[in-house]
Design a protein around this ligand. Structure first.
Ligand code: TXE
Length: 490
């Protein structure tokens, strides 16, 4: 792997990570090798980047371009991402440890976000409101100016695209702070945007640490809106600062999603769906179906089948096409996941499968953890209430609809939920009662760019994707245009 230090650009200035400048070293989670090095931004870079972004916002024609002209650049960014799909996917695999096929999907999805928001840009309609007097009234979507996007490590490039594409489509200048665990893809995205013709200063990537660069962005008086994806506690801190500053935030936070199996479900599809819902991405997904609720009448048979499916999961190196589950993102994160399983044991949980590291010697240098199913806990246990963000499923039996709605909603989170049932009327009833921003019925973890995404309760504020995604990065300006025949009276 090329370990040359990747530079980042703020306006005309390049930060190379040479001459005593700070550097972030990204470690490949699959084998502990160096995946790449990136020059590290500092809070001073934030000051410069905000100034450059405002200059670009005010002085570049970007926000005043016709929508179809802005769209042309966004389409071109999407096209160029796809041209580099394989190389970007391999880089992402090295940074994050995700299986290659998942990385290819993420890069494809990133390109799709730019294409979709190019189309939204072209087709967006401002509102003509019904007047109540001799004037013409309009509601226009206006950009905020400079917005900051802070992203986590679990879906690099896709997360950055999910924020940058609508923010740019809305006419803003964008500052991205990627996760320090996976900093490389955002730098490549900035390069691709520049090569596609996005004017300088409209998108700047600051690969820094959360506590200095991330915090400096959120506090900076020049940042007029913050979009954040990450852990709930960090989201709370960011939301408090934004509250003090009276700036809007989009917060996409954690989850502890209930995955429900009724006795009338298609048994085999439900087993496969539950396994895929938690063990895909090694459980490092905000929407992972991490609390399994199975109706009592089928509980023993279902758990037995699920344990067998879990046993068959191929844990392996991310570049092996047969691999279903790769490593966790870092040693610290794997230790945290392992500590939760130990806690579950102390809380009286029974580990039915997994609960440790793989035995295969070729996986010994990476941060792997075996897919784990635990039962015997109450929904009140910490392992059932706190986000583990790893391949750990807790299984609980339930009596009936009322019981599973109560238990399913008994969490501070409200990001997603899933259910398997043959009864469409029940699916409708239960879906309406669940506190969740997305509910999947006889499927799980499906997601696409045109459908809004976000959380109830402590899982977040605001909706990304779809037309809601453009609204998140816009503020409304109402315009009254007088048509009076006579002068206005008092
Ligand atoms: O996230 P953080 P971490 C959950 C998951 C995981 C936990 C912690 O449960 O175990 O969060 O993960 C930046 N001001 N999710 O520590 O800290 C940070 O640099 C401004 C759920 O990685 O939330 C990174 O760029 N920024 C999740 C980003 O915030 C700050 C995805 C996310 O880091 C900051 C990832 C600060 N004070 C983890 N502190 C999801 N919703 O999908 C940190 N950052």
């Amino acid at each position: 792997m090329d370990t040359q230090i990747k530079s980042f650009q703020v306006g005309d200035a390049w930060r190379s990570g040479q001459d005593g400048e700070h550097v972030i070293v990204s470690i490949n989670p699959a084998d502990g090798s160096i995946a790449g090095k990136v020059a590290r931004a500092t809070p001073e870079d934030v000051d410069n980047a905000v100034a450059v972004a405002w200059d670009a916002f005010r002085n570049q024609p970007w926000r005043r371009l016709r929508p179809d002209q802005r769209a042309t650049t966004l389409y071109e960014i999407g096209r160029r991402i796809l041209l580099e799909k394989d190389a970007l996917a391999r880089l992402q695999m090295a940074d994050s440890g995700k299986p290659l096929k998942e990385c290819v999907n993420m890069v494809t999805s990133a390109a799709g976000h730019f294409r979709y928001y190019a189309a939204v840009c072209e087709t967006w309609q401002n509102e003509v409101t019904s007047p109540r007097g001799e004037y013409f009234s309009l509601a226009l979507a206006e950009p905020f100016g400079v917005v900051a996007c802070i992203t986590p490590w679990n879906s690099p490039i896709m997360n950055e695209a999910q924020k940058a594409a609508p923010a740019l489509a809305a006419g803003n200048a964008v500052l991205i702070k990627p996760s320090e665990e996976t900093p490389q893809l955002a730098i490549e995205l900035a390069r691709i945007c520049a090569e596609a013709g996005l004017p300088q200063g409209l998108l700047t990537v600051l690969p820094g640490l959360g506590e200095d660069v991330g915090a400096a962005l959120v506090k900076h008086p020049g940042v007029r809106m913050v979009s954040f994806t990450g852990g709930t506690e960090t989201g709370r801190v960011i939301g408090s600062i934004a509250g003090q500053r009276l700036i809007p935030v989009g917060l996409e936070l954690g989850g502890k999603s209930p995955h429900i199996v009724f006795e009338d479900a298609d048994f085999d599809k439900a087993v496969a769906g539950v396994a895929s819902g938690i063990f895909g991405s090694a459980g490092q997904s905000c929407v992972a179906g991490s609390r399994l609720f199975v109706q009592k009448s089928i509980y023993p048979r279902f758990i037995e089948a699920l344990v067998e499916r879990t046993r068959a999961i191929r844990v392996g190196m991310p570049d092996d096409p047969g691999t279903e589950m790769g490593p966790l993102v870092s040693r610290a994160h794997r230790d945290k996941v392992a500590a939760y399983v130990d806690l579950a044991r102390q809380e009286g949980g029974k580990v039915l499968i997994g609960g440790g590291l793989p035995e295969a010697p070729e996986l010994a240098n990476g941060w792997f953890y075996m897919p784990t199913v635990i039962d015997g806990l109450s929904n009140k246990a910490r392992a059932c209430q706190e986000e583990i963000f790893g391949p750990v499923l807790v299984a609980l039996p339930f009596e009936d609809e009322a019981d599973v709605i109560t238990q399913g909603n008994d969490t501070v989170f409200g990001l997603a939920a899933g259910m398997w049932t043959g009864d469409y009327a029940r699916a409708w009833r239960v879906a309406r009662e669940l506190d969740a921003g997305s509910v999947w019925i006889n499927t799980y973890k499906q997601s696409h760019i045109a459908t809004p995404f976000g959380g109830f309760k402590d899982s977040g504020i605001g909706r990304e994707k779809g037309l809601h995604g453009l609204r998140l990065y816009s503020q409304v300006k109402s315009l009254y245009w007088g048509m009076h025949e006579k002068p206005l009276s008092l």
